[in-house]
Design a protein around this ligand. Structure first.
Ligand SMILES: *Cc1c(COP(=O)(O)O)cnc(C)c1O
Length: 380
């Protein structure tokens, strides 16, 4: 059997072990320490725009704290992009609040500004103004941020930007993760850079970031004994993981370039194949880190994404359908949804191809050769 080709696997740069060794040498084996401070500084410098950063145990934890700090409580409503990973929406349920799902638009596959406004107006007319808007940059592609921020400002609803897949992407030259009242990043093992597991909360509001660090370390009041006047969480990033993150930050730019190269390879290979469509950046305003290269399979071509996925799987190559929209998930049955079925159509026809920054040209050729051979047989 050929070697396994993964969808997206960790890719160390080389200096991670130096930071981890420092942690061992100084016995900073705890959810605080110099690597945590250093990693936060690295992220702040990289993102710019005067943001502050709290390094946390996961992107999901970061979203949960964002909602808590924005005051989301039981019975509230929170608008969320429907097409996303469940971690974008689960923290709404942690708070006992209700998600209101909004469909995607065709250009970016992210939140439709049109349906966002329709959702806000309809919820307000029903007597409940949504407490926050969670917008996601799927696969690294920036959402239509100008229009979304304009609508959010008009109705005075804070935006929580889920940039878990989009570190290294930008919109109109500004880094994603700096648009929201609060933004979140993920450093899970399959993301563009990883700390093995981890996340971060980002905001220009320093007070909120201080509060996030406080809540993430069990919300201890300032007293010699353990005194608590808030419910706390154990959400801080460990100093070992942060050491990996500091090393990874040194190669982030390189990782973006490598992932974008994967996309170009696939796009060139399938440029003249009518069955396979690769999403372009809609204009030069949109710069994607190309975390994952995704394709749409034309349903009229005689095959579908599932057959291609199985053909690749047989050759020990991992690929994956696009995120199944949240309004179609059993856990969120009955939640309101505003849209026209765009995300469902994308889900039915879309596939994520192997996209790791550590893939060789031979690996990519193996993937595309199998796909081409398969497509020639079924679409001729
Ligand atoms: C990975 C991911 C998250 C969650 O991050 P974790 O660090 O795995 O908790 C949230 N949203 C999206 C869109 C993601 O892809």
């Amino acid at each position: 059997m050929n070697n396994k080709i993964w969808l997206s696997s960790p890719h160390m740069g080389g200096t991670e072990e130096k930071y981890v060794k420092e942690a061992f040498d100084t016995n900073w084996i705890a959810p605080l320490g110099p690597n945590v401070d250093g990693f936060e500084k690295d992220l702040e410098n990289y993102l710019g725009n005067e943001v502050h950063v709290a390094a946390l145990s996961s992107g999901t934890a970061a979203l949960h704290l964002a909602l808590i700090i924005l005051g989301v409580k039981a019975g509230d409503e929170v608008i969320c992009q429907s097409m996303t990973f469940s971690a974008s929406a689960n923290p709404i349920a942690y708070q006992g609040a209700m998600p209101v799902f909004v469909d995607s638009e065709e250009r970016t596959w992210n939140m439709s500004p049109e349906y966002l406004e329709q959702a806000i107006q309809d919820r307000v007319s029903k007597g409940k103004k949504p407490k926050a808007i969670i917008v996601v940059h799927l696969y690294g592609m920036p959402a239509e941020m100008d229009r979304i921020m304009e609508i959010a400002d008009k109705y005075e609803i804070p935006v929580v930007e889920d940039a878990a897949e989009a570190l290294g992407s930008s919109y109109k030259g500004r880094k994603l993760g700096t648009f929201g009242a609060m933004s979140i990043l993920s450093f899970n093992g399959n993301k563009i850079i990883t700390t093995s597991g981890g996340g971060a909360l980002v905001s220009t509001n320093e007070e909120w970031i201080r509060k996030a660090r406080f809540l993430a370390t069990q919300a201890r009041d300032n007293a010699p004994h353990y005194q608590h006047s808030h419910i706390g969480y154990n959400y801080r990033m460990s100093n070992i993981c942060a050491g990996i993150g500091r090393g990874q930050m040194e190669v982030l730019q390189e990782r973006v370039a490598q992932r974008r190269q994967n996309y170009s390879y696939y796009a060139d290979t399938f440029a003249s194949n009518n069955a396979i469509i690769l999403p372009d950046e809609p204009s030069s305003d949109f710069y994607s880190n190309r975390w994952l290269t995704t394709i749409l399979v034309d349903p009229a071509s005689g095959t579908d994404r599932e057959e291609i996925r199985l053909a690749l799987g047989k050759e020990n190559i991992e690929s994956r359908p696009l995120w199944k929209p949240m309004h179609l998930q059993p856990i969120f049955e009955g939640a309101p949804f505003y849209g026209d079925g765009t995300s469902e159509k994308l889900f039915n026809n879309g596939l994520c191809l192997p996209s790791g920054s550590n893939l060789t040209t031979d690996d990519l050729a193996r993937v595309t050769t199998i796909m081409k051979r398969y497509l020639e047989n079924v679409t001729a």
